[in-house]
Design a protein around this ligand. Structure first.
Ligand SMILES: [Zn+2]
Length: 75
């Protein structure tokens, strides 16, 4: 009997875009995006309404990217 498999469960991460747990993907701005969504993003035209959704999601993560005023980091 070999139980090694049980110890090596694939680490699933939730995709930012489709919210599904995926194993394969990339990290954008420290956020996981599955390879399917990443491929879709690349193919999506910037004029496509879906592209705006992608950008929106990323902005939610990193408000700094919106180019607003700079706020001093408080610790
Ligand atoms: Zn996805």
């Amino acid at each position: 009997m070999n139980y090694a498999m049980n110890k090596e469960l694939p680490l699933l991460k939730d995709c930012l875009i489709c919210s599904k747990a995926k194993k394969e993907g990339i990290y954008v701005l420290g956020t996981f995006i599955c390879e399917e969504c990443e491929a879709q993003m690349v193919r999506t035209d910037t004029g496509d309404h879906r592209y705006a959704i992608y950008v929106d999601r990323l902005k939610m993560l990193k408000p700094d990217l919106q180019g607003g005023e700079e706020r001093p980091v408080q610790k």
